[in-house]
Design a protein around this ligand. Structure first.
Ligand SMILES: [Zn+2]
Length: 305
């Protein structure tokens, strides 16, 4: 590459890196340390989102804590015919948080790689649940050709779209082309909560139902049943990692950050395991019908009752 070409490539990379921080495949996701915000967000110049290319067809996007303290995780799974985006984050503004542009750029690269035309490819936007910190950038996808957004807050539409007739007991399969995503209803944190299982990575994506943080439970018995079903599912299917939508625990056992904090030094790993899920299930079983707050090493059971 000559000097001029090197300069042009460097310019392009610089422009891209101004808004989005890209990370290459991580051999061990459990060791990954994410951008964890800043004590002085007003002085922070880091990008509004961190994009981790786990592999060529799997991306994890984390919103910066300096853009929104919730700093949710968003998952993009690419198949041969369709892509699935799980959640859209906590910020509506495309200027502050250019999610749709970032996702479209990744999909364009994918289509070049698999030699497919955009007209033959679709993006489906789903939500782990309908709380604002997971649906805020939906509007960036409205009206975009080839994109469908499952509307939040509409349980019957969700059930129909995902063919979950026996809610919450049935499991459906969403086919992306060479990649199947199982959809598991997991209400309890919220009425429309679902978890996804990706047969390519063997990840179980659990949204706010199970993650390293405060497990806010609105409906105690429904939540317990959902966790029992997740345990049963994980016993029938190989699970390499359980990935939720936030990190609120520090790497020190039992210690969480204050709610609303924009700085998380020494965060816990995003990755939870089936052993952690079984531990939650056992603890919920011991507690029976009586909701109570219990602080575990990697998460906190947090009934809102
Ligand atoms: Zn959330």
């Amino acid at each position: 590459m000559n000097g001029v070409m090197r300069f042009l490539v460097a310019c392009v990379l610089y422009v891209i890196s101004c808004t989005v921080a890209y990370g290459k495949a991580t051999p061990n996701l459990s060791q990954k340390q994410w951008f964890a915000g800043s004590k002085e967000c007003e002085l922070d110049t880091r990008p509004s989102m961190e994009v981790l290319e786990f592999n060529l067809t799997t991306y994890i996007i984390r919103q910066s804590k300096c853009v929104h303290y919730e700093a949710p995780f968003i998952y993009l799974l690419l198949g041969d015919r369709k892509a699935l985006l799980l959640d859209t984050g906590a910020t509506t503004s495309a200027k502050l948080f250019p999610l749709a542009r970032t996702v479209q750029m990744i999909i364009q690269q994918h289509l070049i790689r698999i030699k497919r035309q955009p007209k033959d490819y679709a993006l489906h936007v789903l939500h782990s649940h309908s709380h604002n910190d997971h649906i805020a950038a939906d509007s960036q996808f409205y009206g975009v050709e080839g994109v469908s957004v499952v509307p939040p807050h509409q349980l019957t539409v969700l059930q129909k779209t995902l063919q979950l007739s026996d809610w919450p007991n049935s499991v459906s399969v969403f086919k992306l082309g060479g990649r199947n995503i199982s959809v598991i209803p997991t209400p309890g944190h919220q009425r429309e909560a679902i978890s996804l299982y990706d047969d390519q990575t063997q990840w179980l994506l659990t949204g706010d139902t199970f993650y390293p943080g405060r497990l806010y439970i609105r409906d105690w018995l429904t939540f317990k049943s959902s966790i029992a079903r997740l345990v049963a599912f994980s016993e029938m299917n190989p699970v390499s990692a359980i990935l939720g939508a936030h990190i609120e625990m520090s790497a020190c056992a039992k210690k969480d950050y204050p709610s609303g904090s924009v700085y998380h030094p020494n965060e816990a790993s995003l990755v939870l395991t089936t052993k952690d899920l079984q531990l939650l299930h056992r603890q919920l079983t011991i507690m029976g019908l009586k909701p109570q707050q219990v602080r575990m090493d990697k998460f906190i059971i947090f009934p809102l009752i």
